[in-house]
Structure formats: C-alpha cells, structure tokens
Design a binder for this molecule. Structure first.
Ligand code: PRP
Ligand code: URA
Length: 212
C-alpha cells in the first residue's frame, strides 16, 4: 500500500501485544471489551496530541505556576454502531468530557454497502474535533459514509480511529477524504470473499456484545 500523508499506522509493540490477544478466538467477551478500550486509549494519546489548550494558574504547596490544560468542550466522539461503542470508554479514559454522537450503520451482507439507520450528533459539533470510532475498516464503505455525513453537518476537523484495517479500506478512505486524519492500530493483509479482514478478529460487534 502506498504512503498517505494523513494516515498513521501505529505498529507499536504495546499495541501489537494487545491486538494479538484481541485476535484470538479464545479471548472472551470481557477481555475483548477491555482490550478494545485499552488500545483505544493508547491511540487517543496520539490522535489528540494537537488538542487545543489554554493556560491557567495553579497553586502548588510551594508557589503559583502557569500550567497548560485542555479546552474541555473541544472534542466529540462518534462511534459507528454497534462496534464503535466499544471504543468510547477508551477515549473517555483520557478525555472524559468528550461529547458522544452516534451513527447507526450496518453492512448489507450481499452488497457490503453501508446502510444508515440512526444519527444523533451533539449540538455544536461543527466547531469540535470529531473522532469517528469503529474498530474495523474493511471495504471502507461505512467510514466514507460516516465522514460524508459529518461533512454535510459542517464538521471540518474529522478524524477516524480504527483498530484493524484492510489496505483497500485505507485506500478508499484516503482517496475519498484526503483531508481526514486516519489512525490505525494495525494494517492487516486483505479481505476475504465475504468482506472480512484477514487475519482480522472476526465480527467485532458480535464479539463485543456476545450476539453470536
Ligand atoms: C462492521 C464494522 C464497520 C463495518 C466495516 O460493522 O464495525 O462498521 O463493518 O466494514 P466496511 O469497511 O466494509 O464498511 P457491521 O456492519 O458488521 O455492523 P455491526 O457493528 O452492527 O455488527
Ligand atoms: N466488520 C467486522 O466486524 N469484521 C471484519 O472483519 C469486517 C467488517
């Protein structure tokens, strides 16, 4: 896959270790959920390294000092239902005041086209950093549709966080929306004939919520 300026692929050993556990079919629902949250928190550290800040005065036991804090209402997260829900706590661990919007989307099993069924976004989202959360980037159809939707709402700073991605999904998003910063924990090999990522981790929504 070619290099895209706005695509960050982590390849960090601490993240790779957690992804190895996440992939295993022997990892149960509780551990799966916790691993998704932990990986998301590690990714958030990088994704929000340019979050807006302001200066405040703090009094230590010894003196008054000027310090940097984040601007609390500057971030919103938008999990793509269902699997994106599993990533919300991971962002909240580091940025507890992030507002949460929801986009409901599922892939048609035959065509793999995304079908939108729900959308509720926080007021004022157009002025915030909006981070779309979805553990899986397969064909890229769902991510492109979610970004299209946010752009129609007037959001200009859109970021996408995926834990596992297929090369075709990255290429589709980076081509359709070159301005969107994409953060991927791990780039996998390919899709299978049913649109599942290989080696992947299976169906993220089913593994998070125990539906199969
Ligand atoms: C999965 C995943 C993404 C989408 C990725 O959701 O969570 O939203 O597929 O595939 P794409 O890149 O080919 O669009 P799914 O449709 O299985 O819905 P679910 O989370 O409700 O199970
Ligand atoms: N959605 C998933 O949950 N897993 C995949 O491998 C592809 C899409």
């Amino acid at each position: 896959m070619k290099n895209y300026e706005n695509v960050t692929i982590f390849n960090h050993p601490l993240i790779q270790h957690k992804i190895a556990m996440l992939r295993s079919k022997d990892t149960g629902m509780k551990d799966f959920r916790e691993l998704i949250e932990e990986i998301t928190a590690l990714m958030t550290f990088e994704c929000l390294k340019d979050v807006p800040t302001r200066q405040v005065m703090v009094t230590t036991p010894l003196e008054r000092t000027e310090q940097t804090i984040v601007i609390e209402n500057s971030v919103a997260v938008i999990p793509v239902l269902r699997a994106g829900l599993g990533m919300v706590n991971g962002v909240h661990m580091l940025f507890p005041t992030a507002k949460v919007g929801h986009i409901g989307m599922y892939r048609d099993e035959e065509t793999l086209e995304p079908k939108e069924y729900y959308c509720k976004l926080p007021d004022g989202i157009e002025d915030k950093i909006a981070i779309i959360l979805d553990p899986m980037l397969a064909t890229g159809g769902s991510a492109v549709a979610a970004i299209d939707l946010l752009k129609k709402q007037g959001v200009s700073d859109i970021r996408l966080m995926n834990i596992i991605a297929a090369p075709v999904g990255v290429e589709t998003v980076a081509t359709a929306h070159p301005d969107v910063k994409v953060f991927i924990a791990c780039l996998d090999r390919q899709l299978n004939e049913n649109g599942y990522i290989l080696p992947g981790l299976g169906d993220a929504g089913d593994r998070l919520f125990g539906t199969k």
